[in-house]
Design a protein around this ligand. Sequence first.
Ligand SMILES: NC(=O)c1ccc[n+]([C@@H]2O[C@H](COP(=O)([O-])OP(=O)(O)OC[C@H]3O[C@@H](n4cnc5c(N)ncnc54)[C@H](OP(=O)(O)O)[C@@H]3O)[C@@H](O)[C@H]2O)c1
Length: 275
Amino acid sequence: MDIKDKVVIVTGASSGIGAAAALEFGREGAKVVLAARRFERLQAVAHEIELMNTGAQALVVRTDISKFEDIERLVNQTLAAFGRIDVLVNNAGFGRLDWLEKLDPMEDIKGLMDVNVMGLIQTTRQVLPVMIRQRSGSIINMCSISGLVGTPTYTIYSASKHAVHGFSEALRREVEPWGIHVSLLYPGGVKTEFAQRAGIKRKTNASTPNFMVLTAEQVGKAVVKLVRHPRRMWIMPWLWGFTVSLNRFLPGLVDRMTINTFTLPERADEITNRN
Ligand SMILES: NC(=O)c1ccc[n+]([C@@H]2O[C@H](COP(=O)([O-])OP(=O)(O)OC[C@H]3O[C@@H](n4cnc5c(N)ncnc54)[C@H](OP(=O)(O)O)[C@@H]3O)[C@@H](O)[C@H]2O)c1
C-alpha cells in the first residue's frame, strides 16, 4: 500500500510508540488521526506533522479507548474529516506489573483489560464495516513478547496480550477476502513511558539487557513497514524468537529457569517470612 494520502488512525498517539508511528506516517504524507486522552500531547504531535511539508494532515480526537462512545466519536470524526479509513493502528495500552494478589482489582485488572483488550476489539469492530465497504484496509495490532511468553508479575498484561494475539489471528482469517490485512507486532522492551506507568518494583536488578531494548522510533518505523508489507507476526528484536521457541517446545525448562532466576530471588523475603 502506498501511504501518501492514506487515512490512518493511531490510538495511543500521545506518547511512545504511538507518537513515533504517527510521526512516521506524517513523513510519508498520510492523513493521520491521533487518538488518546492527553489532548495537549496529541496537539504537539499533530503540530509536528503539519510542519513536515510532506502534504500530511493531522486530526486530533481526544479518546478514552475504554469508553464506547469515545470510540464511536473517533470513527465518526475521522469519516467526517476524510471520508474513509485505510489503516487502523491499535496501539493504546499499558501494563501494571506486580504479583497478582497485589494488583488492584478495578484499576490494575479490569481497567487494564478495558483498554488493552476491550478497547482494541471495540475500535476494530467500529472500523471494520468501513474497510469492508472499501474492500481494503490494514489493521496493525500492538501485541508484545508477553503475548507469547508469560512472565511473573506480568499476569494481567500477559493475559491481555495473549487475547490480542488470539483475536488478531481469528480476525485475519475472517477479513482477508475483503482485502483487509491484519498484522501483529511483538516488541520486547521499548524505551517509552510504559515502565513509569507499569510501576515495576524489583529487588533484583532483573531487566531486559540494554542491547535488546528498542526505541519508540524503531517500532514506529516497523508499524509503517507493516502497512506496506503485511505480516502475520513480527517479533522485535528477532533474538526474542529463541525465547518464544524455547517456551513453546520446552516449557518445563523455561518454568524452572524463570522460577529459579526470577521468582525465588524476588520473593525470598516473603517466602521466609510467614506473617
Ligand atoms: N514499552 C514497551 O516495553 C512495550 C513492549 C511491547 C509492547 N508495548 C505496547 O506498546 C503500546 C504502546 O505503549 P508505549 O510503550 O508506547 O507506552 P506509552 O508511552 O505509555 O504509551 C501508551 C499510550 O497508550 C495510551 N493510552 C493508555 N490508556 C489509554 C486509554 N484509556 N485511552 C486511550 N489511550 C490510552 C496513552 O495515551 P494517554 O495516556 O494520553 O491516554 C499513550 O499514548 C502498548 O499497547 C504497550 O502494551 C510496549
